[in-house]
Write a protein that binds this ligand. Structure first.
Ligand SMILES: [Zn+2]
Ligand SMILES: [Zn+2]
Length: 173
C-alpha cells in the first residue's frame, strides 16, 4: 500500500506501515546509499480533510562534508501533516489554515504517495552539510590527507605566512 487512498479513512482511522525504496539523491548529493525507509503511522478524518501522523526512520551512508569519508547515518523523525482538499485552499496568502505548527498540504486527489513522502522526509532529515563527527579535522588542503588519521607532513596551517605576525606573539620560552 504505497499509495494511501484517503477516502478509506473517511469512516475510521487507517494505519500504514511501509518500507518504500527511495533514490539516494532524495537526500542530496552527499548521500551514498539509503536503505528502504520505514514509514508508519495512521490517517484519520480531521476538519474538512485528513490528519496524517506517523514516524519516518531509516539508515543511510553519507559522505562527510569535511573529510569525504563515508559514515553511517540513522534518523527517526515524527511526521505530522494536515491534508486538505485543494478546494479549501485559501485564496489569499494572509489566510492561514494551519493550526499551530502543523504542516498543511492540499491535495487534488485524495491520495498520499508514501514513496514521495518518505523521500521528502528523508531530504529533511539529512543535514545540509553532513559530518562524520563534529570534531572531524577534514582533509589537508595541500596534500589531501585525511587529518583524522593523523597529521600529514605539510607545515601546519598556523605557520602560514599570513599568520606570521601572530607567531611573534607566542611566548618564546
Ligand atoms: Zn569527516
Ligand atoms: Zn598535507
Amino acid at each position: 500500500m504505497l499509495r494511501i487512498d484517503l477516502t478509506h479513512a473517511d469512516t475510521e482511522p487507517l494505519d500504514f506501515s511501509e518500507r518504500p525504496v527511495i533514490p539516494p539523491a532524495a537526500g542530496g548529493e552527499d548521500v551514498v546509499s539509503v536503505d528502504p525507509v520505514e514509514l508508519s503511522g495512521h490517517v484519520e478524518r480531521a476538519d474538512r480533510g485528513f490528519l496524517l501522523e506517523g514516524r519516518v526512520a531509516g539508515h543511510a551512508r553519507l559522505r562527510c562534508g569535511r573529510c569525504l569519508t563515508e559514515f553511517d547515518f540513522s534518523f527517526a523523525e515524527p511526521v505530522e501533516l494536515h491534508l486538505l482538499p485543494v478546494a479549501t485552499a485559501p485564496q489569499d496568502d494572509e489566510k492561514r489554515l494551519g493550526r499551530g505548527d502543523l504542516e498543511v498540504r492540499f491535495f487534488a486527489e485524495p491520495v498520499v504517495d508514501l514513496t514521495e513522502l518518505a523521500a521528502e522526509q528523508f531530504g529533511l532529515a539529512v543535514p545540509m552539510k553532513p559530518l562524520c563527527a563534529d570534531s572531524c579535522r577534514g582533509i589537508c588542503p595541500t596534500c589531501g590527507a585525511n587529518l583524522n588519521l593523523g597529521a600529514c607532513s605539510c607545515p601546519p596551517p598556523d605557520q602560514d605566512d599570513r599568520l606570521a605576525p601572530l607567531a611573534e606573539w607566542r611566548p618564546s620560552e
